[in-house]
Design a protein around this ligand. Sequence first.
Ligand SMILES: Cc1cc2nc3c(=O)[nH]c(=O)nc-3n(C[C@H](O)[C@H](O)[C@H](O)COP(=O)(O)O)c2cc1C
Length: 209
Amino acid sequence: MKIIDSLKWRYATKKFDTTKKVSSTNIELLKEAVNLTATSYGLQPYKVLIIENPEIREKLKAASWGQPQLTDAYVLFLFCNYTNVGDKEVDNYLGLRAKINNLDVSDSADYGNMMKSHMASMSPEQMKVWTSKQTYIALGTLMAAASELGIDSGPMEGFDKESFDKILGLKEKGLTASVMCALGYRSQDDSFLAFKKVRKPLEDMYEIV
Ligand SMILES: Cc1cc2nc3c(=O)[nH]c(=O)nc-3n(C[C@H](O)[C@H](O)[C@H](O)COP(=O)(O)O)c2cc1C
């Protein structure tokens, strides 16, 4: 499938076929696609929880206004952003960058200082917004990659983030829940299958200046 056909085919799936499994090969491809997503400075300031455990999923469903995707999808990818990114994360990134490219890490000291001063200039609230924004880019990649593989996805931010943080013990790990994606295969009974795509005309979305 070409990307436009794939994007037309995908829709925010609400009702999943509980009998269909996503192969482990495809799960690995989706993980890799998310990992290849661009992020600001390349810092990847988030972790993705792959939630399979049925008991945990029941608890999360209760904190998501009972949305059925929580328990019926084959798997959930929950994007969790780090609440604080600073010198350590910048140094880790630059160390990895130097190692992969066979560079001397000291050559990137000025770049590192620039990144560190940007991180230090953010308030705790700004930092959380900034790291959370990065997760949405990855969500887009995940949904596009899934559609290319003929896998259905349901993006979700309709959940109580504080409850998710508590259920999953995220605060202790310096994380907070950002956005989620249910993945699996559509049920042919999904009433949303009857709807056509609703999108603004391109001329309303674009302006050439
Ligand atoms: C970030 C984000 C959060 C969303 N949260 C929910 C949600 O909690 N529950 C839900 O049923 N749909 C959710 N949606 C689905 C949107 O309603 C849907 O993507 C939109 O209506 C466009 O339709 P389409 O994706 O089927 O083309 C979300 C979509 C996005 C991108």
